[in-house]
Ligand binder design. Sequence first.
Ligand code: NAP
Length: 309
Amino acid sequence: MEKVDYDLIIIGGGPAGLTAGIYAARARLNVVLFEKLVPGGQILVTDWIENYPGFPEGISGVDLVGKMADQAKRLGLKIESNEVVSLNLSGKVKKINLDSGMVTAHAVILATGAHPRKLEVPGEDAFYGRGISFCATCDGPFYRNKTVAAVGGGDTAVQETLFLTKFARKVYLIHRRDKLRAAKILQERALANEKIEFVWNSVITHIGGSDGLDKIFVKNVKTGEEKELAVDGCFIWVGILPNTGFLGDSVKLDEYGFVIANNNMETSVPGVFAAGDGRNTPLRQVSTAVGDAAIAAFSAEHYIESLKN
Ligand code: NAP
């Protein structure tokens, strides 16, 4: 068998990557995890997680991922801050090009997750960091007793809007339909919260301000009516896009760019597995990412064993 640097390379350090690392380290594979910045992923911007089992009172995203990273390191996982710039997965030896040079492995687990979708309206980029935010945990405290807008109707929008009400005087929740997509328990809490004013059937057309953001323009998609809302900030939670651009055409992606993997987390390329939010999956949760990752590591271990035998 050709000599390689590692049995397994895990790309991405969110809950999926760290869980794959825990399983791979316990399987005594020669494994490394590469993460662009610091371990955590999207969960770092999630205020409070109350549907991950084992934490009856809930747990913050930062704490949960911190515990996962500690657990993985204690079991011997090597975690390196390094960006994967390109890769060649086609042969038996997988070649991963990093900022710092090339490394090779028998198998790869792709766990690079996803990032927030933008509205793509005028003013969104100009006011990013000056009133536009994708993270309530990071920026919510700046809006104590202020009025803010939030956009979206999914779990993220509703959960994070509820979090914003701890600080803001008022939150306009702007949604393009008249029904929320979020879990019923979140809907009930939001509908009962007096600080939230729902702006149904509406989209933001323009974000404005002189110094910082101070207004948004909202259009009712049913009536065509347009109005201006005076706000101090605007939080955007309209879904997520996969972090798979660096893959090029090295594995099969679905029409939205998520990696296609089967029940064993096998991608279209032998020896390459996928786990977590970057995979084509019906549900993107910490619990599903963790489940995917356990299977991906198990499948990778079997694949590596089959090469060695
Ligand atoms: P999501 O479920 O895809 O919801 C996106 C929301 O944004 C939808 O309400 C959608 O409207 C709206 N939207 C999409 N594009 C838009 C646009 N261009 N303009 C205006 N509105 C737009 O995304 P998410 O809420 O980020 O959740 C992503 C995944 O993470 C989901 O699987 C979710 O369950 C999971 N998650 C779970 C929790 C939790 O369990 N506590 C918390 C956060 C996230 P429509 O409804 O009309 O399509």
